[in-house]
Write a protein that binds this ligand. Structure first.
Ligand code: GSH
Length: 250
């Protein structure tokens, strides 16, 4: 396993929060030394080419990543958002203690990833490779189902998880202290609030624990400093969480 002092290199698209933001939040909250590689100028090895290079070429020690985000840490190149977050969190004291609680954290992170994928598919229901304008009708239909059914299904589930976790007094998802899963729940909430403000307000009226968790995470000193910094890319119309008023509920 690489030294914890080795710098983490995050590889992700430089102009969006996207899935990379789940990793950025763990790195930032942990106060780890990291480089957001693609945001460096090309003259310093950054830019989109840096992300594509490791995906397109053989790696000496393991499989190449299918898609960003991925991290390089020592000899390890690791992809899949839930797994990358877990890996960084384990080095940073942001993972639960013990094998069983780490499996439980995986379960929640993979469910968050499912929610992220479904949120993305609101505006790209046919394919990510087509423009939004080429799939607007399907997007409208998909968004109706998402806002009426899936949004409450996901957020209601996470609310119940908080309620069920007696060890966390209803305030954290796993065990009795903040973990990377809580950071991810914060980001899911932030993204959904941006993308679907009306549906989000209606659904989260019934999820007070999730709202409280998001507020607590936002106030963690390193997270608050990050959110106020230029390192936090604003939500925009290229990311996963996009605001198209026609897709929100009336
Ligand atoms: N399951 C993967 C999905 C990764 C993914 O879809 N990445 C997007 C950016 S957020 C991408 O660039 N995909 C390129 C592709 O699928 O070809 C994860 O959670 O990390």
């Amino acid at each position: 396993m690489p030294e914890t002092t080795t710098t983490y290199e995050l590889y992700y698209w430089p102009f969006i929060q996207g899935r990379g933001e789940f990793v950025r939040l763990v790195l930032e909250d942990a106060g780890l030394d990291y480089v957001d590689v693609a945001r460096l100028p090309e003259s310093r090895g950054g830019g989109l080419q840096a992300v594509l290079a490791l995906m397109n070429g053989p790696l000496p020690n393991g499989p190449r990543p299918f898609a960003p985000p991925y991290v390089r840490h020592g000899n390890l190149v690791l992809a899949q958002t839930a797994l990358v977050c877990r890996y960084v969190a384990e080095h940073a004291g942001l993972a639960p203690e013990g094998a069983l609680d780490r499996l439980r954290a995986d379960q929640l992170m993979l469910t968050i990833a499912d929610g992220v994928a479904e949120t993305h598919d609101i505006h790209h229901p046919i394919s990510a490779s087509l423009y939004y304008d080429d799939q607007r009708d399907a997007a409208k239909r998909r968004a109706e189902v998402f806002t009426h059914e899936r949004l409450a299904r996901f957020l209601g589930y996470f609310e119940a998880v908080l309620e069920d976790n007696a060890r966390g007094r209803g305030e954290v998802a796993i065990a009795d202290r903040t973990s990377y899963v809580d950071l991810a729940l914060f980001q899911l909430m932030a993204g959904l609030e941006y993308a679907l403000p009306k549906a989000f307000a209606r659904v989260t009226a019934a999820t007070p624990r999730l709202r409280a968790l998001a507020a607590v995470v936002a106030e963690r000193p390193r997270v608050a400093a990050y959110l106020a910094s230029e390192r936090r890319i604003p939500f925009n119309a290229q990311g996963i969480f996009r605001y198209y008023p026609e897709l929100d509920e009336p």
